[in-house]
Design a protein around this ligand. Structure first.
Ligand SMILES: Cc1cc2nc3c(=O)[nH]c(=O)nc-3n(C[C@H](O)[C@H](O)[C@H](O)COP(=O)(O)OP(=O)(O)OC[C@H]3O[C@@H](n4cnc5c(N)ncnc54)[C@H](O)[C@@H]3O)c2cc1C
Length: 382
């Protein structure tokens, strides 16, 4: 028997779930196809920081997308929690970017100024003020910039609650399943095969994170997303209250009494091993920032694969040559913060054809992309 779905979303991470969430609001019949279980890959491996002002992008389209997405979170969390009955452990203490050297101060002076002009509530704190907020921090400190608007949450719980809420709103999530074949005619996909079944559909969304390249091949597409591994660990501790960050290293306190510590960025294929050397480096760097962490119990360690696009921007567009296939992938280090707006924009693209924010900057990179200009982050453009 052939079944029908208005939209088939391939991938049940936060990006696929966000799209399904927005489409169910429009009364669309949605089928999410997930290779394993929803939210078990990058979406649960992440640190869960909704970093915008404290983030790397300055003011271009990536910054605008993150900012618009961050603003959707409070109402979204309320609705997801209400529907699912699960807490996503949303916390509003903000991010403290520590200033420990003269070079830190120099770097942050400009960022601080820019963020204030952009309307952020960023505050420049003295060492004494920082230690009043975080008494267990090292004394080897010049101060910090506090970004109170950059909240954080438990992303694993978010994915679980979102999957639950999406189903409650009428979507179907097919787990331990994948799309192996597609029927294509006149530049459009008409049906996809899942196991022995053909599902006829109006639209297909590829939201398979680091595996988008393989899923693209089923449709004859080249999607140049590659996995960027991040190794993580956590300890059981209540020593910190804010997200603490210094020199690309962060400590993220969760409501469940866990402090998440990360991370690395490694281009090593699909390997998800965690090495002793990396754990040691993460521990050493953490203890420099919060010396008492030395005696806290290790809780767990893991690695996740961030979907990296060579454009250093997410890919949010129609597939070239296949007008009803949409790509929503490549969110790299920012997929948690960007998920709500990604879901909204892709749903608008599908249902009205005119997203409320231009998707032009988020095209599929077709040519080899040159390295980032001097002074720009290797992780994200703008
Ligand atoms: C260590 C680490 C720290 C991070 N920290 C942050 C942070 O603090 N803030 C932030 O905003 N972002 C953070 N990120 C980034 C964020 O986690 C990702 O950008 C985001 O989770 C990407 O979501 P996704 O749905 O595209 O991918 P994923 O969550 O990986 O989901 C893709 C899904 O597709 C499924 N799939 C794969 N192949 C197929 C197939 N053939 N058929 C069907 N399904 C398939 C997978 O099983 C998976 O469930 C971090 C990531 C890592 C790894």
């Amino acid at each position: 028997m052939t079944q029908t779905a208005d939209v088939v979303v391939i991938g049940g991470g936060v990006i696929g779930l966000a799209i399904a969430w927005n489409l169910t609001e429009q009364q669309q019949r949605i089928l999410v196809v997930e290779k394993h279980q929803p939210g078990q890959e990058a979406s649960s491996a992440a640190a869960g920081i909704l970093a915008v002002s404290s983030g790397r992008s300055r003011q271009g389209p990536v910054y605008q997308l993150k900012r618009a997405s961050q603003a959707l979170y409070p109402a979204l969390v309320e609705e997801i929690e209400q529907r699912s009955g699960l807490s996503v452990e949303y916390q509003t203490a903000g991010v403290l970017d520590l200033l420990r050297t003269e070079a830190d101060e120099q770097k942050y002076r400009e960022i601080y100024q820019l963020r204030r002009e952009q309307g952020s509530a960023a505050a420049w704190l003295s060492a004494a003020e920082v230690r009043r907020l975080e008494p267990h921090l090292t004394t080897d400190l010049r101060g910090a910039v506090h970004f109170p608007d950059d909240h954080h949450l438990n992303n694993g719980k978010l994915a679980e609650a979102w999957a639950n809420a999406v189903v409650q709103r009428g979507a179907t999530i097919r787990t331990d399943a994948t799309v192996t074949e597609a029927r294509i005619g006149n530049g459009k996909v008409t049906a996809v095969r899942i196991g022995d079944e053909w599902i006829s559909t109006n639209t297909v969304v590829i939201a398979a994170g680091s595996w988008s390249q393989q899923v693209g091949e089923v449709f004859g597409l080249t999607i140049p997303v590659q996995p960027a591994k991040g190794q993580m660990m956590s300890v059981r501790s209540t020593l910190v209250r804010h997200v603490i960050s210094w020199d690309d290293h962060y400590l993220v306190p969760r409501k469940n009494g866990e402090v998440v510590i990360g991370s690395t960025v490694e281009f090593v294929g699909y390997d998800k091993d965690v090495s002793l050397a990396t754990l040691r480096a993460l521990i050493d760097r953490s203890v420099v920032l919060v010396p008492e962490l030395r005696s806290t119990p290790l809780h767990r360690f893991w690695a996740g694969l961030r979907p990296y696009s060579p454009s250093r921007r997410p890919i949010l567009c129609r597939a070239p040559g296949l007008e009803n296939v949409i790509l929503a992938t490549g969110h790299h280090r920012n997929g948690i913060v960007m998920a709500p707006m990604t879901g909204k924009l892709i749903a608008e693209l599908i249902t009205t054809g005119t997203p409320s924010m231009s998707l032009e900057p988020f095209a599929l990179p077709l040519e080899p992309v040159p390295p980032p200009p001097e002074g720009e982050s290797p992780d994200e453009a703008d």
